[in-house]
Design a protein around this ligand. Structure first.
Ligand code: ATP
Ligand code: MG
Length: 394
């Protein structure tokens, strides 16, 4: 059966002259997310709203739309002719449906008449439609509550049709993915980096995940975990290219020629060099990490200082001010937590020195790196990067 969904979007409506760019992106992101489901599908913009018309199953539609950044709310809507009786029927039908939920006892009608030609004004509509619902629901438990109703029946009288809806299912908000650019995400198998990537995605960036894999020091199960994390993230942005960098030779070389206590930071600087190059190759202009201030040895201000000077592009650290409990709560909501806590170690934990330097100076690092000549290895790693395409819509 054909159904209509009204898409509410907030922030993107405030962008002035650029507003259409945001709306068009949102429209095309919605279209892409549902196209693969088959069936009839039309996404259109009218009256400063986006509507989705489709016969795809409601559960599937809502599952997709509630993961599209830019959407504030999704309202399954009845579209009826500009006819009082038809509007009454639609109101009654929706109230009856919502009444089947436990504990629901009150409602109100919120009518808006944009089409001034229509025979009733909004006050009259509120009265007539409200009376119709009350008369036709006989179990006596339903009452009108204009301040705090459990069912709010929205009626919009437009140029050609009337639209009626009661449910407003919350979306993920933010900006449509793609409107602000592309960003390389240093994605490990841990809890933090997937959350960091999600947060920048929410600000409209297309994220390119980059994972440093040190087989056989890290098992293919660790890589599998990162693939699964990418699958979750891809639900929110569409087709995603996970870049797997084979890091073993570089790491081995580093461990042979650099002081033990500096390896964590030198490794981080090497990762930045490679990640920046991959990001440039993908048209990106920033990097993202899951660092949070003071969480571990490499996340002191001094360490970030000496890491930050490697790439020219900005490094976003959206988790910098969050503590672990807050990050975990977000990971659970996004859907990455259960994957992240699986116990496969990553390359950082394996090579972690017993007493890592927590306040390195630039001089110290430069001396530490002097015997390190990995330019060829880096070149090779970038040439041989493995790209795993994840398409959540196929
Ligand atoms: P996470 O939970 O994201 O793994 P963490 O608390 O384990 O973070 P670190 O090991 O210090 O912290 O890593 C800091 C950041 O460096 C990570 O959030 C991630 O962005 C990046 N990073 C670490 N290891 C890798 C890796 N193997 N591949 C890609 N990025 C990595
Ligand atoms: Mg980690």
């Amino acid at each position: 059966m054909e159904k209509l969904y009204l898409i509410r979007y907030g922030e993107i409506g405030t962008k002035g002259k650029n507003r259409f760019i945001f709306e068009d992106k949102l429209k095309s992101n919605i279209l892409k997310s549902l196209k693969g489901e088959g069936g009839h599908l039309r996404v259109y913009k009218t009256y400063g709203r986006i509507y989705v018309e489709t016969d795809i199953e409601e559960d599937k539609v809502l599952n997709r739309l509630t993961k599209i950044f830019g959407i504030v709310g999704v309202c399954p809507t009845e579209k009826v002719a500009l006819d009082v009786q038809e509007i009454k029927d639609a109101c009654l039908k929706l109230v009856k449906k919502d009444l089947s939920e436990e504990g629901v006892t009150s409602f109100k009608i919120s009518a808006r008449r944009n089409n001034k030609q229509f025979e009733l004004d909004s006050m009259e509509l509120n009265r007539e439609l409200g009376a119709h619902v009350l008369i036709n629901i006989e179990d006596g438990r339903l009452k009108v509550d204009v301040h705090n109703p459990e069912i709010d029946v929205n009626v919009e009288i437009r140029e050609k049709f009337a639209y009626v809806y009661t449910k407003d299912i919350p979306g993920v908000k933010g900006l449509p993915v793609g409107v602000t650019g592309t960003s390389g995400l240093l994605l490990s198998g841990g809890i933090d980096s997937p959350v960091a990537g999600w947060m920048i995605m929410k600000r409209g960036a297309k994220v390119v995940p980059i994972y440093f894999h040190s087989f056989p020091f890290t098992s293919d199960r660790a890589k599998e975990k990162v693939i699964e994390l990418t699958e979750v993230l891809a639900q929110y942005q569409g087709p995603t290219d996970l870049h797997v960098v084979h890091f073993t030779d570089i790491q081995t070389q580093m461990n042979e020629s650099c002081p033990k206590e500096l390896t964590t930071i030198i490794m981080r600087r090497l990762m930045m060099r490679i990640a920046e190059r991959i990001t440039i190759n993908n048209g990106g202009k920033s990097l993202i990490t899951g660092e949070s201030m003071g969480q571990v040895a490499s996340q002191t201000m001094e360490s970030m200082y000496v890491t930050n000077m490697i790439p020219k592009m900005p490094i976003f650290r959206p988790l910098i001010g969050l503590d672990k409990v807050e990050i975990i709560a977000r990971a659970e909501r996004i859907g990455t937590y259960d994957i992240s806590i699986r116990p496969y170690e990553d390359c950082c934990t394996i090579f972690v020195p017993e007493s890592p330097e927590t306040s390195p100076t630039v001089k110290q690092i430069e001396i530490g790196e002097k015997d390190l000549d990995v330019e060829d290895l880096i070149e090779k790693a970038i040439e041989e990067v493995e790209i795993i395409r994840i398409n959540p819509y196929s």
